[in-house]
Design a protein around this ligand. Structure first.
Ligand SMILES: *[C@@H]1O[C@H](CO)[C@@H](O)[C@H](O)[C@H]1NC(C)=O
Ligand SMILES: *[C@@H]1O[C@H](CO)[C@@H](O)[C@H](O)[C@H]1NC(C)=O
Ligand SMILES: *[C@@H]1O[C@H](CO)[C@@H](O)[C@H](O)[C@H]1NC(C)=O
Ligand SMILES: *[C@@H]1O[C@H](CO)[C@@H](O)[C@H](O)[C@H]1NC(C)=O
Length: 288
């Protein structure tokens, strides 16, 4: 991995066109500070889940309302059962309702692959889980995970291949899309023995601790909402790059790529879970 000069680290070309100098200029530690190890020379951070059960969470100091958010991530190698690492957007504690857009990586036991779990909360409602296998070993090297969130859609991209899309159909289903709340960008690692691996059948084995996940090259091309609660991001948005082609619509190339992912790698989709949803939620017909 090429080393980059300290001045280049954690640049983000948000509306402010700032270039941040280091990890703690962009993020703060919100849990497990001692388990967060930034390296500002390589523009990277390692987060650990240690044998005492402590994981780690970092959040941006700023909030954002719409944008493109990427990080390169290398996941916990070896036996990672019972662990979850995540990269996600989440409305901050003051939000009246909870919004969230997630990438979660569910640890695995021997012989089983990592599962990529995605979800979206709008107006406090989540329960929109999908699980996808990956077409590469996410523990062997860094791969780019990107959330594009604009007024039309949310897409989850892995090395620029879409693994999921969620269209804004608020004109049909009010409050089914996150548009109101500025969100923090967050990364974390934590124990979730109750559900992470094979539905909770395989708990964590702390003899393998510490469990380390690595993040690098955070790139946020996004509207900073911190100062005005997002008022300007919500109204004066049309010229923002993440609203414009090639992100304004999903597009037929991405339709084809998503069809490939779904055909070969889809593991679970709430839209097909007829036990939970005898009638699929209304958004399902728009997102296939
Ligand atoms: C971000 O928050 C951390 C912890 O509160 C603080 O130390 C740091 O100075 C803040 N950075 C900026 C750029 O505001
Ligand atoms: C978990 O899956 C990854 C690939 O997704 C693989 O490299 C790793 O060896 C697996 N872990 C175990 C303990 O088999
Ligand atoms: C939005 O959330 C509020 C508070 O939980 C709830 O009362 C309302 O029914 C929700 N609206 C929709 C359209 O889901
Ligand atoms: C960092 O991420 C951005 C956005 O995904 C990408 O364009 C750039 O090539 C990446 N830089 C490196 C050194 O991988």
């Amino acid at each position: 991995m090429a080393h980059r000069g300290a001045l280049l680290v954690i640049c983000f070309s948000a509306l402010l066109f700032t270039c941040q100098a280091g990890f703690f200029d962009l993020f703060r530690a919100t849990w497990g500070g001692p388990n967060i190890h930034p390296n500002d020379l390589t523009n990277s951070v390692e987060v650990s889940l240690t044998a005492d059960g402590m994981g780690a969470t970092f959040d941006t100091n700023n909030t954002y309302l719409f944008g493109s958010f990427s990080a390169q991530i290398k996941l916990v190698p070896g036996n990672s059962a019972g662990t979850v690492a995540a990269f996600f957007l989440i409305s901050d504690g003051n939000a009246s309702v909870h919004d969230e857009i997630d990438f979660e990586f569910l640890g695995n036991v021997s012989g089983q692959p990592y599962l990529l779990h995605t979800n979206l909360f709008a107006n406090g409602t989540g329960n929109r889980e999908q699980d996808t296998n990956l077409w590469f070993d996410p523990t062997a090297d860094f791969h780019t995970y990107r959330i594009v969130w604009n007024h039309n859609l949310v897409m989850w991209l892995v090395d620029e291949i879409p693994v999921r899309v969620y269209h804004n159909i608020e004109n049909i289903a009010p409050l089914s899309f996150p548009t109101l709340n500025p969100m923090l960008v967050s990364g974390c690692i934590f124990e979730a023995s109750e559900w992470a691996t094979e539905g909770g059948a395989v708990p964590i084995d702390y003899s393998y601790a510490p469990f380390n996940a690595n993040f690098q090259n955070f790139t946020f091309d996004a509207c900073v909402a911190t100062s005005d609660g997002g008022a300007s991001c919500g109204t004066n948005y049309a010229g923002n790059s993440w609203e414009l082609p090639p992100y304004d619509t999903f597009g037929s190339d991405r339709e084809n790529q998503l069809a490939w992912v779904r055909q070969y790698y889809l593991h679970y989709d709430y839209c097909y879970d007829t036990e939970r949803y005898p009638t699929p939620p209304i958004e399902c017909q728009y997102n296939l």
